[in-house]
Design a protein around this ligand. Structure first.
Ligand SMILES: [Zn+2]
Ligand SMILES: [Zn+2]
Length: 241
């Protein structure tokens, strides 16, 4: 049975990262190792992919004693004199089995190709390096996304009574889409565009535990044949405001 999960509109990092696991799986199936060795690595790849999809983000924390989960550590400048340096006031003395599986599996595949004498070695190396880079870009994207979501929640939790938080983005285009289409193959396509503008403002009411209740206003603007450029973005903003 085919999986009909719609991935349309996925950001490029997620789509490229997920696709790269498939490329590596194909590569492993061609490697001159035994079938059971191939199967073992493919299982590791499946576990790593599933972990990046659903587990890794949940493990992230501004401060963690697992280095790969410590967001401050990940985003800090390595130069202690930099303004963007964050000093972790804890030790990174715990390990994460899943993060280790990811790194170990990617290293294992790289090594198997490096030591191979197959005529296709150069081609394999190229695909392998490109795929691994995309997988790590996906992981970095998840770290940045964690911080952005946190910032958004902090802003929403501290909105002044006369302020509003405005979030805007293009939503799906109304046209038939390829299965697993990603954002870059989608921008600039002709079709009906839909922009969504969301405003959050304090409603003046609070919950029983003192949290302010926000009012949400959603505006949907449909544009016929828009290339989603800055003129279109400006025009929609003008209309919404
Ligand atoms: Zn840390
Ligand atoms: Zn982990």
């Amino acid at each position: 049975m085919s999986q009909r999960t719609s991935l349309a509109g996925l950001d490029d990092y997620t789509a490229d990262g997920a696709e790269s696991f498939d490329v590596l799986e194909n590569l492993v199936s061609s490697l001159p190792i035994t079938k059971s060795e191939q199967q073992q690595i493919i299982t590791q790849l499946h576990n790593a992919k599933r972990y990046l999809k659903i587990g890794f983000s949940l493990n992230l924390s501004l401060q963690s004693n697992v280095s790969s989960h410590c967001v401050d550590f990940a985003l800090s400048d390595s130069n202690p004199k930099s303004d963007f340096y964050i000093n972790c006031n804890h030790h990174h003395n715990n390990d994460c089995e899943n993060c280790e599986n990811l790194v170990a599996t990617l290293t294992q595949i790289t090594e198997l190709i490096r030591t191979s004498s197959n005529p296709k070695k150069d081609e394999w190396e190229y695909d392998c390096t490109a795929s691994i880079n995309k997988i790590y870009e996906w992981q970095k994207h998840l770290v940045r996304h964690f911080v952005q979501s946190k910032s958004k929640n902090d802003i929403l939790n501290n909105l002044k009574p006369d302020a509003a938080f405005w979030l805007r983005d293009w939503s799906m285009k109304i046209l038939p889409m390829e299965y697993r289409e990603k954002a870059s193959s989608w921008f600039g396509k002709r079709g009906m565009s839909q922009e969504v503008d969301v405003f959050w403002t304090p409603s003046g009411k609070t919950t029983s535990d003192g949290q302010q209740i926000l009012q949400k206003y959603v505006y949907v603007t449909m544009l016929d044949q828009s290339s989603q450029d800055m003129h279109a973005v400006g025009a929609v903003a003008d209309q919404v405001l």
